[in-house]
Design a protein around this ligand. Structure first.
Ligand SMILES: Nc1ncnc2c1ncn2[C@@H]1O[C@H](COP(=O)(O)OP(=O)(O)OP(=O)(O)O)[C@@H](O)[C@H]1O
Length: 271
């Protein structure tokens, strides 16, 4: 149970909450009313939570709702004990969230340091804290030696690391990463997994990925999602033990993933 006394909120009463993220019957519609998250009950606290699921399962939609970019159309979502339906809290909630979208916009002419500084400023970090926070974030993603290079001179994987740096610059209590390992080379992925483990010791990290190995190596918890619904939540070991030798997959985790998706009457069919 945690207590929070955020400053600047219209409601300054301390809140207690058991989980940073608590969804009950959460439904999110996208486009012309398509239900992309369908009545989800989910509670996530401190730890690194791997969000897995096939293409179109609703992972990005869920992460965008957690980031308060999309609004629930049904049910409720509480962040730090506050319902996101009360929009007067959004600004304060966003200060405590780090978010790396699947595709993030940036100014190519900015240097790494300028861009992360700009994002720290948008997140309303106190001016005096910004240079130190930026330096720490850039070091955490291994880009200290490129901090004063322009973004247009970086490789795709390095730009992805800049995206991770801007997401962690405010030391968020909830960190949302949508496919952060896309474009990272194997050595970078290993370092990133170590960073995920470190971050998950103190905060609630939600990381969507198609790489089951990332989940095995870095996550304390797996959330398997299909057609907007929760199929499974548990440890990577529990996911692995759901598999049987006849299921497709190169590892116990992949076979567990396949078994659970074939049991949910979704996930079937050819791609
Ligand atoms: N803006 C939109 N307009 C219409 N349909 C949308 C929109 N955004 C998402 N969808 C649909 O909602 C469903 C969930 O999409 P979402 O991007 O959340 O899935 P995902 O699990 O992140 O997929 P992927 O692994 O391919 O990134 C899909 O069927 C998708 O086509």
């Amino acid at each position: 149970m945690r207590t929070t006394t955020p400053s600047g909120m219209s409601d300054t009463a301390p809140r207690t909450y058991a989980h940073e993220i608590h969804a009950t019957g959460l439904t999110v519609r996208v486009g012309r009313g398509r239900v992309a998250v369908d009545g989800l009950d989910l509670s996530l606290g401190t730890g690194t939570h791997g969000l897995l699921g096939p293409n179109g399962a609703g992972k990005t939609t869920l992460i965008r709702a957690l980031a308060t970019v999309l609004h629930p159309t049904g049910g409720d979502l509480e962040l730090f004990g506050h319902s996101v339906r009360d929009r007067s809290h959004h600004r304060e909630l966003r200060r405590r969230i780090g978010y790396l979208p699947q595709e993030f916009g940036y100014y190519k002419r900015f240097t790494v340091r300028e861009f992360v500084t700009y994002m720290a400023w948008l997140k309303e970090l106190p001016d005096r804290d910004i240079p130190g926070a930026v330096q720490r974030a850039v070091e955490r993603v291994g880009l200290a030696d490129r901090a004063d290079d322009r973004l247009k001179s970086l490789s795709g994987g390095m730009v992805r690391r800049v995206g991770i740096a801007q997401a962690v610059v405010n030391d968020p209590a909830v960190l949302l990463l949508d496919e952060p390992t896309v474009g990272l080379d194997p050595a970078q992925r290993l370092q990133f997994r170590a960073l995920l483990q470190e971050l998950g010791r103190e905060s609630c990290v939600v990381v969507s990925t198609h790489l089951v190995e990332d989940v095995a190596a870095a996550c304390t918890d797996v959330v398997l999602f299909d057609q907007g619904r929760l199929v499974f939540q548990g440890t990577p070991d529990a996911l692995a033990s759901a598999g049987t030798p006849d299921q497709p997959g190169d590892s116990p985790l992949e076979r567990g993933y396949s078994a659970l998706l074939s049991n949910s009457d979704q996930g079937k069919g050819s791609w």
